[in-house]
Design a protein around this ligand. Structure first.
Ligand code: ATP
Length: 247
């Protein structure tokens, strides 16, 4: 679905991403873990077209999107759930969702139907449909941000730190939602500080360090890798232990 080859990007003279190569297959959850400042957000922003690549290629479903504008990338089937949710706080839940579907050509005719699909996934958003997004709890805002991205019918949904600032119980809900999205056939690229939970639901993972991929493999292997455990998991965990957090 997504193939990245020798990607480089940064800010002005600051080179952040250094020859990144990776791929995501249809129906997978792939996670990128790494310390603060490793370049995870920069990578998602570059795929989303919000930062221009200085070298390399990003291929989405065979289409080279490396120099494509962000809104065209959304139309091509790649949506971003940004870090910190970035809901439009003075607009209602419904209005936020409608904005997410802006790229849909037949949006007016099917709008109610499209909204209902999101409310079926997140019933709490239906209850809050006419409430201002700024009055929602952190967890509800995260659901709104995911729902807004889904309104564009992405083939690939990228999520940047969805667990940030949420209480542990809510984090568990959010990870269960991501798990269910994959069960429903979505493909997810997940950036997370919470490496244990991310590897617990992912099929594969990449470890990013100072803009380079230093390790990659099946999530279960990364969970039991001693270097990953030391650097990102804090202690020894088994894949089974991480998975049971979803039960
Ligand atoms: P975090 O988890 O802290 O968000 P990250 O892995 O997502 O970390 P990035 O946010 O991609 O890392 O940052 C990578 C590097 O780019 C860091 O050195 C950061 O200071 C720098 N950086 C990020 N945004 C900008 C910007 N707008 N202008 C200049 N430098 C930036």
């Amino acid at each position: 679905m997504l193939k990245i080859k020798n990607l480089e990007a940064g800010y002005g003279k600051l080179r952040v991403l250094k020859r990144i190569s990776m791929h995501i297959d249809s129906g997978e959850i792939v996670t990128i873990i790494g310390a603060n400042g490793a370049g995870k957000t920069t990578l998602l922003y570059t795929i989303a077209g919000m930062i221009k690549a200085s070298a390399g290629d990003i291929i989405l479903y065979g289409q080279n999107i490396t120099q494509t504008k962000p809104e065209k990338i959304v139309s091509a089937g790649c949506s971003l759930v940004p870090e910190g949710r970035q809901a439009f706080s003075t607009l209602s839940v419904q209005e936020n969702l409608i904005l997410g579907g802006y790229v849909q050509k037949k949006r007016k005719r099917n709008q109610r139907e499209e909204l209902q699909k999101i409310y079926d996934i997140f019933p709490v958003l239906k209850e809050r449909e006419y409430q201002l997004a700024g009055t929602l709890s952190g967890g509800e805002q995260q659901m709104l941000a995911i729902g807004r991205a889904l309104m564009a019918h992405p083939k690939l949904i990228m999520m940047d730190e969805p667990s940030t600032g949420l209480a542990p119980l809510i984090v568990k809900d959010i990870f269960q939602i991501i798990h269910r999205l994959r069960e429903a056939g979505n493909t997810v690229l997940l950036v997370e500080q919470n490496a244990k939970a991310a590897l617990g639901i992912a099929d594969r993972g990449y470890v990013l360090e100072t803009g380079k991929i230093i390790l990659q493999g099946p999530a279960e292997d990364l969970l039991t890798n001693k270097d990953v455990q030391r650097a990102y998991l804090g202690r020894d965990v088994s894949a089974e232990g991480a998975q049971c957090e979803l039960d």
